[in-house]
Design a protein around this ligand. Structure first.
Ligand SMILES: CC(C)(COP(=O)(O)OP(=O)(O)OC[C@H]1O[C@@H](n2cnc3c(N)ncnc32)[C@H](O)[C@@H]1OP(=O)(O)O)[C@@H](O)C(=O)NCCC(=O)NCCS
Length: 171
């Protein structure tokens, strides 16, 4: 694939395509929980980023991440089969990780189907490590491997302010 692929916030008009990709590429065999309405609600939600990778105006990849106070949670990530292994998944993750880092988030977590070895390899290559196994996580049918990536070990709010003045990386 030599098309130019751009990343940007998804629009409401992308919700249907993203939901269809979720059903076909992520939720296969589990039912369809990420419907167009649910994706649209996440596009509208202030605590969630729905990021789209587009080629020739069409969505070829996407990621949905919830930003909490200290942790972020990657809800969904997929790249269309024709566009895989060209770095789009890594670009989506790096974009979100930079945003999370800027927002002061300490760690990012994601659950992956236990059978999905290629996605686990993908996350490992980005620095995520398995931290737990949840049997029956997916509709009681399949276990999830939880993987996490630490961005920072401590928040500024936890630091002694006098100390922070001395150690601020902005100096
Ligand atoms: C997982 C997924 C998003 C990866 O997207 P991608 O755009 O193909 O990934 P990238 O090209 O950015 O790959 C980055 C690195 O991940 C690793 N990687 C990617 N695909 C891999 C695979 N199938 N097997 C092993 N490692 C893989 C490689 O180390 C790669 O680095 P390299 O190209 O320097 O070798 C994609 O395969 C996908 O959509 N899978 C189906 C949906 C899914 O499983 N989503 C994740 C669960 S929510």
């Amino acid at each position: 694939m030599t098309e130019h692929v751009e990343l940007g916030l998804a629009r409401l008009s992308d919700a249907k395509r993203i939901a269809t990709m979720s059903r076909e590429l992520i939720e296969h065999g589990l039912g369809w929980s990420w419907t167009p309405d649910r994706v649209a609600n996440h596009i509208r939600c202030a605590d969630t980023v729905v990021l789209a990778a587009k080629a020739l105006g069409g969505v070829v990849g996407f990621a949905i991440m919830y930003f909490g106070e200290e942790d972020a949670h990657l809800n969904l990530l997929a790249v269309s089969p024709l566009h895989r292994q060209t770095g789009i998944g890594r670009r989506l993750m790096r974009w979100l990780e930079r945003s999370a880092d800027f927002a002061g988030i300490c760690a990012i977590h994601v659950e992956v189907r236990a059978s999905n070895r290629s996605a686990q390899s993908f996350y490992r290559s980005l620095g995520y490590r398995p931290v737990g196994l949840w049997p029956g996580y997916y509709c009681g049918r399949e276990a999830a491997v939880r993987m996490s990536h630490t961005l920072r070990s401590m928040r500024w709010s936890e630091l002694d302010l006098n100390n922070a003045k001395l150690t601020s990386p902005l100096k």
